[in-house]
Design a binder for this molecule. Structure first.
Ligand SMILES: [Zn+2]
Length: 192
């Protein structure tokens, strides 16, 4: 019941209905002078039972203190680097930057433990050098902010860091093109 009330109060707030003094309970029970169409929308919002804050569309993939290193750690730095290194303590949580489907979750020589997530548009995100095998399995759907693993140094990695790549459709080594993930990372960091 409390949830319904809070949801209704939020809906009212979003719709800029005049503020009612007193408790949320009181506000919900007050006779609110809203138009029929507005009432319908409130009912929908309440009935959906969604959390009050919408799920994020994108998030910074390393959830903890981090730094981006120098030019050599950026896209195109040293030996055709195809991603951005994000340094953080080994064990720092790594999450999906964008929602999508896990198309690879494996261990390889250079990548170490890694995972690749493909979004609805066919673009891919790659997460390399994870501490242990990703808890995500091939075929899983992950939302932005859902766990991919932990920062590690497996594979060809010098120190604990996430090597993060963004690929255009149709994806990593399957015809797509690696793009500089730095602008997106900077945007996500500023939104955090
Ligand atoms: Zn790297």
């Amino acid at each position: 019941m409390q949830r319904r009330t809070a949801g209704l109060a939020t809906a009212l707030g979003l719709l800029a209905v005049p503020h009612f003094p007193g408790t949320l309970e009181g506000a919900a029970e007050a006779s609110v002078p809203v138009r029929a169409s507005t009432e319908g929308r409130i009912r929908l919002l309440v009935a959906s039972g969604r959390p009050e804050a919408p799920a994020p569309v994108s998030v910074f993939p390393v959830r903890g203190r981090h730094e981006l290193g120098s030019a050599i750690n950026g896209f195109g730095g040293g030996r055709g680097h195809e991603g951005q290194d994000i340094f953080a303590a080994c064990g720092t949580r790594v999450v999906a930057a964008r929602a999508g489907r896990v198309v690879e979750a494996a261990t390889a020589g250079n990548e170490g433990n890694y995972a690749v997530v493909e979004d609805a548009d066919g673009r891919q995100q790659a997460y390399l050098h994870l501490l242990g095998p990703s808890p995500a399995r091939k075929g899983d759907r992950v939302g932005a902010g859902e766990r991919i693993g932990k920062v590690g140094a497996t594979g060809n990695a010098d120190g604990c860091h996430l090597h993060f790549e963004l690929w255009t459709a149709p994806g990593r080594f399957t015809g797509g093109r690696a793009m500089n993930p730095r602008p997106a990372l900077d945007r996500w960091a500023s939104e955090a």
